[in-house]
Write a protein that binds this ligand. Structure first.
Ligand code: NOJ
Length: 742
């Protein structure tokens, strides 16, 4: 793909003729080449310090942005030097990874994705933005919208799951929450769509690894969330660390100049990832740092994060003619435009008292709601949940994650403070005062411990209790950047603990906190009920307590498939059919193959002898305390033409006895197409609250363009013909109808 386009043709395609652009150009004309390169350099903060070197560089206009400085006094002082002491007074932009909250920590992004609630995620991002802005930060490196089909990859925690449509909807909601409708608003911060592209497809789920993604998959699966964020006005982009089909993203002009700027019309700026420009040399595509700087700037990476290749070599490269000054000018203009949009020139300083308090009750309430809606109930037998009101006196609360204020916050919480966390144990104690008592035994020091010395005490507590709530999973450090796992079972002796507790015969409710889907087969077997709570953040405790006590019903749905074993990976719902799809009839388990069975290919289908073809739980799955029934699915427009909107309705009824929310999901399949299309694709969803006995007609409107797919070498098209459409509570929904596109 890289060879198919010429860089020179694209360079002049950039530059938007707007008022902002004129302001930026005017300023640009006054800048020396050194000052221009300064705008392209982002350096790490010095943790509340300002060294003489930093002071001098800011004063000389040699720094455009600072990341990881969160001390307001220091931020304001650095800004003062930039604005008042540098020749042109161009303000700095302060950045930070505000990934799922600043001080008020929300569930990890994968957990938030389980809410399937864009409105709530927008609110969460807004809280994060306001809190971050209150110390002087005006830019976050979020949302991460890398499609992730591999739970071994530690950064799946930071993703929004495996589906392009869900990720697009939720990523856009986050970007909107951070940026509001005007970047200059008090409390708005610039968002960053990352990592462009394919970071989640790292080979073997090992972080930073190569990706090989054919054009078809790039356009149909990996690009859509990024395109959606561009359309929504996201201010910045970040490349992925990996190489995409051999070309490292940070030096990939096809991605940044052709796709992002020319095809999609992106008008913001691109920041490299941490030292990813320097790493072009390590990838082996640049002979030295000078070559790395040249490749990256020519590829359209406007700002360099952390490493100093731009600062050291760009001037020389311009002087030698290897990099046209127009390329530098373009990058500077991209950055200045966003600085103008943020209102940094008019309001460079931050006064925290202009903002609502950190961790305000309103912020905590949104965090609690997000944590509650993110919880996914995977099993509930023998009426284990909710705990029967007034009919229990003693709860055994057991496990390493029941009362650990730090671990429940999850990965990427640079500014989160465990001091403010409310743990499940604390929340249960608070809620049960005077009605019942808890007996807490940690049993294992960490999720990775093998020391079973405290098991007898835990078992004693279990035997004496009416029910046992076990808090198991992964500590936060077991997911996140560079924290990948090859095996997805519960670490340490947690499974042994669960098995021993189950033997007491008491009802066992397992709450799993983790940064990724875990292989929970055995854990399910030994639990009467099981909830996946991800890493639920500051207010995880009260949210979980509310669900346990039946003050609300679980409503989270899996944003990613849960494999039965890591050997099944990659396993995702929107796979292609193959010519020999597996079926119940064709599947033969390894133990059922007769000895010396003759080898044949007749009747063979696609599965593992030892792990079948089904995941543990499909994408979109999640139980409730009530029952939801779908009926009367109708396509009001069974024949549609281009430009039409498909209108479909379904009746959703709450036939149980608990008020609850359901996420109704709509999937389609293009039944005959020119290239192989997925067996199902999510195209719409609605979150609905229904009282017991209540039913409601849900209507979905699907513009026909939403049925388009990218045909390699040709572009997007909607193919005429039959489609099947399902609506239901998960990606295995059975209720279906067909419609035709003419
Ligand atoms: C590396 C990560 O890949 C990126 O997502 C993050 O924003 C930067 N470091 C800055 O911390």
């Amino acid at each position: 793909m890289l060879s198919l386009f010429t860089l020179s043709g694209l360079l002049c395609a950039q530059g938007l003729d707007t008022e902002l652009d004129r302001k930026a150009t005017e300023l640009l004309q006054k800048m020396t080449i050194a000052e221009k390169i300064g705008q392209l350099s982002q350096v790490n903060g010095e943790y509340g310090q300002i060294t003489d070197g930093m002071r001098i560089r800011v004063r000389e206009g040699k720094i455009g942005s600072v990341l990881n400085e969160v001390d307001t006094k220091t931020i304001n002082e650095l800004q003062r030097i930039a604005v008042e002491e540098s020749r042109l007074g161009i303000p700095l932009i302060f950045a930070r990874d505000v990934i799922h909250g600043f001080k008020t920590i929300f569930p990890i992004p994968l957990g938030q994705a389980a809410t399937w609630n864009p409105g709530l995620m927008e609110k969460a991002a807004r809280v994060a933005a306001v809190e971050a802005a209150s110390v002087g930060l005006r830019w976050t490196f979020a949302p991460m919208i890398d499609i992730s089909r591999d739970p071994r990859w530690g950064r799946i925690a930071e993703s929004l799951g495996e589906d392009p449509y869900l990720t697009s909807e939720l990523g856009v909601a986050m970007a909107r929450g951070f940026q509001e409708d005007n970047l200059a608003n008090k409390g708005a911060i610039a968002a960053c769509a990352k990592h462009f592209v394919g970071y989640g497809a790292a080979e073997g789920g090992r972080d930073y690894n190569s990706t090989n993604i054919p054009e078809n998959e790039l356009y149909n699966t990996y690009f859509p969330p990024f395109k959606a964020c561009v359309d929504a006005g996201v201010a910045t982009f970040m490349p992925s660390f990996n190489d995409v089909n051999g070309a490292p993203a940070s030096g990939n002009a096809w991605l940044f100049r052709k796709v992002l700027r020319q095809d999609w019309g992106f008008g913001g700026f691109v920041v490299s990832d941490w030292e990813s420009i320097r790493q072009l040399e390590v990838h082996g595509v640049a002979a030295g740092q000078e070559g790395a700087a040249q490749q990256a700037i020519m590829a359209g990476i406007d700002m360099e994060m952390a490493s100093g290749a731009y600062a050291a070599y760009l001037q020389k490269l311009v002087e030698s003619g290897a990099v046209p000054e127009s390329v530098i000018n373009e990058a500077v203009r991209n950055i200045l435009r966003i600085k103008f949009q943020l209102g940094l020139f008019e309001n460079p300083y931050t006064n925290p008292s202009d903002f609502p308090a950190l961790l305000s009750p309103e912020h905590l309430a949104i965090a609690e709601e997000a944590a509650m809606q993110s919880c996914v109930l995977l099993k509930n037998e023998k009426a284990a949940l909710p705990l029967p009101e007034g009919r229990f006196k003693k709860l055994a609360v057991i496990g390493p994650l029941a009362d650990d204020p730090y671990e429940q916050l999850g990965t990427w919480i640079f500014d989160g403070d465990p001091q403010h966390t409310v743990t499940p144990l604390a929340a249960l104690d608070n809620a049960l005062q005077g009605q019942a008592e808890t007996h807490f035994v940690k049993a294992l020091e960490t999720t990775r411990s093998y020391d079973q010395a405290a098991f007898p005490e835990a078992l004693q507590a279990a035997r004496e209790a009416d029910a046992v709530i076990l808090f198991l999973g992964e500590e936060s450090i077991l997911s996140g950047e560079a924290h990948c796992r090859a095996e997805l079972g519960l670490p340490g002796a947690q499974l042994e603990l669960l098995k021993a507790v189950a033997q007491t015969g008491r009802p066992v409710i397992s709450i799993i906190m983790a940064g990724r889907p875990l292989a929970l087969g055995e854990a399910l077997e030994y639990s009467d009920a099981l909830i996946v709570a991800w890493h639920p953040g500051t207010m995880g405790g009260p949210a979980i307590a509310r669900l346990l006590l039946g003050l609300d019903a679980p409503s989270g749905k899996l944003p990613v498939t849960f494999p039965a074993t890591s050997g099944q990976i990659p396993i995702y719902y929107n796979h292609k059919p193959t010519g020999k799809p597996a079926t119940e009839e064709s599947y033969v388990h390894i133990d059922d193959i007769p000895v010396r069975a003759p080898q044949t290919s007749i009747g063979n289908t696609s599965y593992y002898l030892d792990a079948g073809y089904k995941p543990l739980f499909p994408f979109g799955f999640g139980l409730s305390y009530t029952r939801f029934e779908y009926s009367n699915l109708q396509a009001a427009t069974p024949m549609i033409n281009s430009g039409d909107t498909l209108v479909v309705s379904v009746e959703l009824a709450n036939t149980g006895d608990f008020e609850a929310e359901e996420v109704a999901q709509l999937y389609i399949r293009d039944l005959v197409s020119s290239i192989v299309r997925p067996v199902r694709e999510l195209k719409a969803f609605q979150r609905v609250r229904l009282k017991p006995g209540e039913s409601r007609k849900l209507t979905f409107n699907l513009p026909v363009e939403q049925l388009a797919y990218y045909y390699p070498g040709t572009g997007w098209k909607v193919e005429p013909g039959q489609f099947r459409l399902w609506i239901g509570g998960d990606s295995n929904a059975e209720l279906n109808t067909t419609f035709e596109v003419r």
